[in-house]
Design a binder for this molecule. Structure first.
Ligand code: PEP
Ligand code: MN
Length: 333
C-alpha cells in the first residue's frame, strides 16, 4: 500500500502518521520527492483501514500495490534512484561505462586494460576474481589475489572496481571492493542476496539466465529488504532458442524495468551475445532504449584470454564503442 501525502505536510505530522503505522506492525518506506512524499507500507496491510487513512487531512491518496516487490517498486519511490559509487553516479540521467576483462589474469593485464579503458571513457573497472564456470576444470579466477590486483589497478587509474561475489563466506575479502556483482547464476541465491543486503555497498545484480522480470525484481527486493537500497540491475541476455548467439538480449526489459522500478538498469552486451562483433551494435541499441549504463568485456589479447575471449573486444574497439554510445545518447536525449 502507498500513501501519498499532501505537499504542505509538516514533518511532525508525517512522524505522527509513521509512528502510528509502525504501531500496526508495518514497515514504512519514506520517499521524500521533489513534489510529494510517498509512504510505502511493507508487511500485511490487509487489516489497514484505507477509508480511515484517506480521511486524514494530510493524505492526498492511498493505493494498494498489487506487485509483490515493494522497496524497488516505482510506486514506492517515484524518483529514479541514483547509486553513488565513490562519486561516480549511476541512474537518474547519470550514465556509467563499466569495462574490463572477464577475469583478472595478472597485474600487467589488469593495469594495462584499466588504463586503456579509462582513456577510452570507462567510469568503472570490472574484472572477475571468482568465476562461475560451467566446467570445474576451467580457470576459476585468481580469488583473493585477483581482488588485490583490482585494487592496484584502481590505485593506478582511480577507477572504482566491480567484481563478482559468489559466496557470502567470502564477504571479508570484498571489504574494500566498490561494487559487489551478483552474477546471473546466483540471482536467486537468496542467502547471498540477504547477506549483501546487510552491507552498505552498491550491488550490481545480473538477471538470471531464465528469469522473468518479476523474479528479477523479487531478487532486488531481497537485497533492499535488508536495508541496502544501492542496487543496479543488469540485463545480460536470457536463454532462448537462439543458435548463433550465446543468449538473447532482452532490450525491451530496459524500458519496462524503468516503468516498474526506480533502480538504475544497465546492459551487458558481451554476455548477452557471446560474440565480440555484436557488442558494438547492441551497446548502441542499449543506449538508444534508455539504459543507465553499459558493461563490456575488454581484453588486451582476446585470443589468449583465460575466459570469454570470443566475446571480448580490444581496447581500440572499446574506444569506438564508447564513441558510438555517446553519439546515440546525444541523439535520443
Ligand atoms: C560476468 O559478468 O563476469 C559474468 C559471469 O556474467 P553473468 O553472471 O551475466 O554470466
Ligand atoms: Mn565473462
Amino acid at each position: 500500500m502507498i500513501i501519498v501525502l499532501k505537499p504542505d505536510t509538516k514533518q511532525e505530522q508525517k512522524d505522527k502518521l509513521i509512528g502510528w503505522l509502525k504501531e500496526l506492525g508495518l514497515g514504512v518506506h519514506v520517499s521524500d520527492g521533489q513534489f510529494k512524499t510517498v509512504l510505502g507500507l511493507i508487511g500485511d496491510t490487509s487489516e489497514v483501514d484505507i477509508d480511515l487513512i484517506s480521511s486524514l487531512a494530510i493524505v492526498d491518496s492511498v493505493k494498494r500495490v498489487s506487485e509483490r516487490f515493494k522497496c524497488c517498486n516505482r510506486k514506492f519511490h517515484p524518483d529514479d534512484t541514483v547509486v553513488d559509487v565513490g562519486g561516480v553516479k549511476i541512474g537518474g540521467g547519470n550514465f556509467c561505462m563499466i569495462a574490463g576483462p572477464c577475469s583478472v589474469e595478472s597485474e600487467e593485464q589488469i593495469i594495462g586494460i584499466a588504463k586503456a579503458v579509462k582513456a577510452a571513457g570507462a567510469t568503472l573497472l570490472r574484472g572477475g576474481a571468482f568465476k562461475p564456470r560451467t566446467s570445474p576444470y576451467d580457470f576459476q579466477g585468481l580469488h583473493a589475489t585477483g581482488i588485490e590486483l583490482l585494487k592496484i589497478a584502481r590505485a593506478e587509474t582511480g577507477l572504482p572496481i566491480v567484481t563478482e561475489i559468489m559466496s557470502a563466506s567470502d564477504l571479508d575479502l570484498f571489504a574494500d571492493v566498490d561494487v559487489l556483482q551478483i552474477g546471473a547464476r546466483n540471482m536467486q541465491n537468496f542467502d547471498l542476496l540477504r547477506e549483501v543486503g546487510k552491507t552498505n555497498k552498491p550491488i550490481l545484480l545480473k538477471r538470471g539466465l531464465s528469469a522473468t522480470l518479476n523474479e528479477f525484481l523479487m531478487s532486488a527486493e531481497y537485497i533492499m529488504a535488508g536495508g541496502n537500497e544501492q542496487v543496479i540491475l543488469c540485463e545480460r541476455g536470457i536463454r532462448t532458442y537462439t543458435d548463433y548467439l550465446r543468449n538473447t538480449l532482452d532490450l525491451s526489459a530496459v524500458p519496462m524495468l524503468h516503468e516498474l522500478t526506480h533502480l538504475p538498469v544497465i546492459v551487458d552486451p558481451s554476455h548477452a551475445t557471446g560474440v565480440a562483433r555484436m557488442v558494438r551494435p547492441m551497446a548502441a541499441a542499449a543506449a538508444a532504449c534508455g539504459a543507465d549504463g553499459i558493461m563490456i568485456e575488454v581484453h588486451n589479447d582476446p585470443m589468449h584470454a583465460l575466459c570469454d575471449g570470443a566475446q571480448s573486444i580490444t581496447p581500440d574497439e572499446y574506444r569506438e564503442v564508447a564513441k558510438i554510445v555517446s553519439k546515440v545518447r546525444e541523439a535520443v536525449k
